[in-house]
Design a protein around this ligand. Sequence first.
Ligand SMILES: [Ca+2]
Ligand SMILES: [Ca+2]
Ligand SMILES: [Ca+2]
Ligand SMILES: [Ca+2]
Length: 526
Amino acid sequence: MVLGVLATLGVTLVPAVAATAQDGPALRLEAIPGPGVVTLTWSTPADSRHTVTSYRVERDGRRVAEVTDLSSPVFTDTGLTDGDRHRYQVRAVSTAGEGARSPVTPVTVGPRPGDPPATSRSAGAEGGTERRTYSYSLATRGTITADTRYFAIHVAQTLNDPRGWSLGGSIEFRQVSSGGDFTVFLAEAATVPSFGSPCSSMWSCRVGRSVIINQTRWQTATDSWNGSGGSLDSYRHYVVNHETGHWLGFGHAGCPGPGQAAPVMQQQSKGLNGCRHNVWPVPGERSAAGSRHGVGVRSQGPAVQHSTYGQRGDKVLACDWNGDGMESPGLVRGNEWRLRNRLSSGGPRVTFIYGDVGDQVVCGDWDGNGTETVGVVRGNEWLLRNSNTAGPPVVRFRFGTAGDRPVVGDWNGDGVDTPGMVDGNVWRLRNRNTTGTPAVEFTFGRANDRPVVGDWDGNGRTDPGMVRGRPWLLRRTLTSGPPDQRIVFGNKGVPPVVGRWNGLANDLPGRTINGGWHYRRFAPLP
Ligand SMILES: [Ca+2]
Ligand SMILES: [Ca+2]
Ligand SMILES: [Ca+2]
Ligand SMILES: [Ca+2]
């Protein structure tokens, strides 16, 4: 009789199986401890008469994961405490229902001698807290059609985002021109298998020190991801975090429960299994990364930073006055400019007189030397200086029409900021600081919106935006069309400011009124 045969098999292969088990696959579970983590691997049942659809992992009798990668099942249980002893079991779920549990595999959490990766690397103390730096290089394989410059920026941002594997700044990922601790490849799909197992042309993967991003996935995400409403941008964060997570020593994780944030090591490319999209390491993954790499986990910090600078009636703007790659506030009171180089509350760093009371105020890197300096717009006359000091204008030209709203940006990505004028919702931009006609003209937003500009995608070219009450409507090309992104930030009527507040490549919203400044430190999920 069938039940008898199964029971016999159960006794032979899985001694701990309860007699009530259904079609019990003979799973052999191996548990490998690490600092704060346990990685589980198990064999797949060779003779199951039913199709296995997933595996359920239990720790001390409680389900902790459901794993749906059936080819080489692996699960890393993170956020554990070294020295704690746990009992793991796994059971297959097939078309016939839940199978028998595997025998209990006990394991004590903690590092093993020679545990990879590289916990013996020098970790410098800084401010009393351990920090670690990993270097990485970028490379491509095959025919690349994606924008590699944008790829580089996106990877750098993802790795160093305070929400990511940087653990709030404890781990720095520093790009080097070649070599480094690991290499991030952007690879044409057809070339991905050339990296070896487990890579396929379908997915991204990691082999040894190579983190391989499949160009097709980079450009199109996955059907599952797109079908469940994830954006391409968020997929890009996810795939870089996931594959780098493998390099950092993590295997796959399962969905911890319906409606919960998916671990970044879950194979979200293939499905969510009831979890919510999540592109940053969950707290357990962060703490596991911290213990694995010998650093503390710092807070990601608040999403919004607040400070005070200036007073009611000041004109406000933000620019990179000192060329360190970060914008900071400036005030114009009458015609006195008061510039500050930090976001924190405090007084001006530089004070000087420039322009007339009643001029519109602008700032930009007019000469492309990396430092942003002052300018005024009087009617349609632009009067610019290349240093943040008192003195006469060094560049003068006419552009636009008196009454237009001036905007400043590097529209063509050549490193030089040039003028734009917004008349209602008609944008006219020029690529030279000389009198002349617009190089680009398009419509975006509505006539009553407030124009803002910033490099929203960090590709080195300034993009348009419109603030309509609370929402910011952002577009990534200098063309007519609908917004590509919508961010709700700040209160209606509070003037917007824009900058790279955290030193990363893309601009983020800020708001300021009556001396209160509010900066978005990192972008909400798109
Ligand atoms: Ca600066
Ligand atoms: Ca300059
Ligand atoms: Ca330019
Ligand atoms: Ca841009």
